[in-house]
Design a protein around this ligand. Structure first.
Ligand code: SF4
Length: 334
């Protein structure tokens, strides 16, 4: 009898244990389902955030740029072609914002700069960005602007080798920050790179040499590149890294000063000198040739001394967002 009872107890215990295991399995499945659902929502949120970032970048000039455009318009002499050109630029900026239409028909090279904490899947992130770029192109926020370099074919999607250009950078913060710059072709064409010393310009390997080649780039760009422009400059690096870093200088706001006193002074001097050259908006003459100049530096080889200049036109389109944990937009950066 006692044996039978013990056996029964064992069976009952086993049943309880089985039930517990089954319950655990159900709970695990629920958690897994929740995770999947959360993942799907997050990538939809990211897609929505990137699409909105593209729309705003393409149609609204950042506040710091608009402020300088309005200030320079005030300084132009009345009833001159320069004043007329600046007024058209002002009207264009206002109309684009009001109608939510691109500020310029050339919506440019699409440059994303993403700062993220450890653990992000860059491949998946890029896929979401590309999807948003395709949608933004269909909606007209972006022109069908990406062409195969060998065949000349335009697949109308803005997707291809190297386009959009997505740069990832890991940082120590918990949040993800996405910056976007749309850089027009005309202004990209007048970017320049110098190897110092440059005997023609009597430019040596020092800050005075740097000043001379930057001014040379401005003079050569006159009438092209849709001025007034903003320069992003990098001293040093190699030919590739110098150009990359010079574009990143354009992510700084126009009121930002270099924390290196010599560079801060040079940035200011370049703008002042350029605006005395009489080149003016669109090269029509006038007081507004440059809206800003941002200069940074990178280490270089003893054998090389490059100065890389990226030129941004008046249609200076850059924006940025910080994302919440669920990848919705929490803050606009410019
Ligand atoms: S350079 Fe700038 S303003 Fe000129 S067409 Fe290109 S994007 Fe437009």
């Amino acid at each position: 009898m006692a044996k039978k009872k013990a056996a029964k107890k064992k069976v009952a215990k086993k049943k309880v244990a089985k039930k517990k295991v089954a319950k655990k399995k159900v709970a695990k499945k629920k958690v897994a389902k929740k995770k999947v659902a959360k993942g799907q929502d997050t990538s939809k949120n990211l897609y929505d955030a990137v699409l909105e970032l593209i729309r705003v970048t393409s149609t609204v000039i950042p506040d710091d740029v608009q402020k300088v455009v309005l200030e320079t318009l005030e300084r132009e002499e009345k009833n001159t072609t320069a004043e007329y050109a600046m007024n058209i630029i002002k009207a264009n900026i206002e109309l684009a914002k009001k109608k939510s239409q691109p500020i310029c028909q050339d919506t440019g090279t699409i440059l994303f700069y993403i700062s993220h904490p450890i653990g992000i899947d860059q491949g998946k992130f890029t896929k979401v960005i590309e999807k948003a770029v395709v949608k933004a192109t269909k909606l007209g926020y972006l022109r069908q602007n990406s062409v195969h370099s060998l065949t000349g074919k335009n697949d109308s999607l803005n997707i291809g080798l190297g386009h959009p250009s997505v740069h990832f950078h890991q940082h120590k913060k918990k949040s993800i920050e996405i910056k976007l710059m749309l850089k027009g072709g005309g202004c990209e064409n007048v970017g320049a790179q110098y190897a110092l010393p440059n005997t023609d310009l009597k430019a040596g390997r020092d800050l005075d040499g740097v000043r001379k080649v930057i001014l040379d780039a401005i003079v050569k760009a006159q009438g092209k590149g849709c001025g007034p422009g903003v320069l992003g400059v990098t001293i040093g690096g190699d030919r590739g890294s110098g150009y990359l870093a010079s574009k990143e200088e354009l992510l700084r706001t126009l009121d930002d000063k270099s924390n290196i006193p010599e560079l801060a002074e040079l940035e200011e001097e370049i703008v002042t000198t350029a605006n005395k050259l009489g080149i003016g908006p669109m090269g029509f003459g006038g007081k507004t040739t440059l809206l800003g100049c941002k200069i940074g530096h990178q280490n270089r080889l003893p054998a090389s001394f490059f100065v890389s200049v990226s030129y941004m036109c008046w249609a200076f389109r850059r924006q940025g967002v910080i994302l919440k944990e669920n990848q919705q937009i929490s803050k606009w950066l410019y």
